[in-house]
Write a protein that binds this ligand. Structure first.
Ligand code: PLP
Length: 419
């Protein structure tokens, strides 16, 4: 028997070294070039290091790396080059010192709470944040002695009134899902800092193209990379962006020991997602604005909720805080006399669509359409839904990248059956 052939030595003896990027590059350029991690083969697309562990050259080196005395990869729960590339690139786009990638948006919020809170601490949180965030902070963390007050998204006086000496964290998400209420990040940051607390902002709905909370004083930014950062509905991913000291000394040890690790494959998908994020977000927002304007003029539509419309209660604030963009999520109420009629009419519009996908996900190239009262907010009581302003006639659209005329025709089909 002959021995198996060795892999031909086509990799150069000296690995490819990229020149350092010049200072002052634009965000679009940073999104494509930051933290490009090439293998010795010099590929031009980001390498995917899909491995659970890393071979050590010898026992001495292994000992130093495991003791943290020498840089070097050991195990992908601890660190991985593809995950590091995503973290550095996201931090560059958010304008953060550092970022840490984790398995999902909820894993990022779990890590945030584990890192900042202990028994006896108090949190002030918007009442309108993502449903799982309410359950995680309000219910799960109450088991560990953390108390949370949920307050109005838009009334900053309520945030100030809720402060206690034990308040450690203010948590906001803007705009909200599905009614697109916008909170004033600068005002909340001032309230937090006056009380010696930190402000964390969930930026999943905007991405750093539309909103950069650090520019308005936020201390930490949370992402569900599952939404616009992936942008094509393929993987779950999450991240926290913030000061390097907090990321390395507080959050990294938690991610390493608790194992909410971002898979290298998913990191590679969202890393490539960041490259096209700017173009995609601008196209999402342009489509959404055109649709919101059109919806507003439809006789079967009672009300449109979209920060890009002058009729939105926080329109001026939204434009200032969101780079002049309204975002890509729209909600609208159809007309109807009774809750039953409202629901029937909403279902008619949703079921008449062929281009839109009927799903509660968002941040996809495909436009998604959903009925919040029976899906994302279906577990609330009727009173809670009323208090939240989520009626049976409400429809949420997360506007995708199809041609605007085709999305419009898709909605027109059902709306014309109502008029
Ligand atoms: C989807 C979402 C989350 C949760 O993210 P996952 O990646 O699904 O865990 C958190 N916040 C907001 C605003 C979201 O839209």
């Amino acid at each position: 028997m002959t021995s198996p052939a060795a892999v031909p030595a086509i990799a150069p003896a000296t690995p490819f070294r990229d020149k350092a990027l010049p200072p002052g590059l634009h965000r679009q350029t940073l999104a494509v070039h930051t933290a490009l991690e090439r293998s010795p083969y010099g590929e031009n697309s980001e390498a995917l290091y899909l491995t659970s562990s890393f071979v050590q050259p010898n026992s001495e080196t292994a000992a130093r790396r495991f003791a943290g005395l020498e840089e070097g990869y050991t195990y992908s729960r601890t660190s991985n080059p593809t995950v590091s590339s995503f973290e550095q690139r996201l931090a560059a786009l958010e304008g953060a010192e550092a970022a840490i990638g984790v398995a999902s948006g909820m894993a990022a919020i779990l890590m945030l709470c584990m890192g900042l809170l202990r028994a006896g601490d108090h949190v002030v949180c918007s009442r309108s944040v993502f449903g799982s965030t309410v359950s995680l902070i309000g219910r799960e963390f109450s088991k560990f002695g953390v108390q949370t007050d949920f307050v109005s998204q838009t009334d900053t006086a309520q945030w100030r009134a809720a402060l206690r000496p034990e308040t450690k964290l203010l948590f906001a998400e803007t705009p909200t899902n599905p009614l697109t209420d916008v909170c004033d990040i600068r005002a909340l940051a001032d309230i937090a800092h006056g009380a010696g607390a930190l402000l964390a902002v969930d930026n999943s709905f905007c991405s750093p193209v539309v909103q950069r909370p650090f520019e308005f004083g936020a201390d930490l930014v949370i992402h569900s990379g599952t939404k616009y950062i992936d942008g094509q509905g393929r993987v779950l991913a999450g991240a926290i962006c913030g000061p390097a000291k907090l990321i390395t000394e507080v959050f990294t040890p938690i991610a390493r020991t608790a194992g909410m690790t971002l898979s290298p494959f998913n990191a590679w998908v969202v890393l490539k997602g960041l490259e096209t994020l700017d173009l995609r977000m601008r196209a999402h927002c342009a489509n959404a604005l055109a649709l919101a304007q059109w919806l507003q003029a439809q006789p079967a539509v009672a009300r449109v909720y979209y920060p890009g419309l002058p009729s939105h209660p926080q329109h001026e604030l939204a434009l200032r805080q969101q780079n002049g963009q309204g975002g890509a999520v729209i909600a609208f109420d159809v007309h109807g006399q009774t809750p039953q009629a409202l629901r029937r009419n909403a279902f008619t519009v949703i079921d008449a669509t062929c281009v839109c996908s009927v799903t509660a996900n968002l941040g996809d190239t495909k436009t998604t359409i959903t009925h919040p009262a029976t899906t994302s907010h279906g577990r609330l009581s009727e009173e809670q839904r009323q208090a939240a302003g989520i009626g049976q006639g409400l429809i949420r659209l997360a506007v995708g990248l199809e041609h605007m005329d085709d999305i419009q025709a898709d909605l027109q089909r059902g709306l014309s059956q109502l008029a």
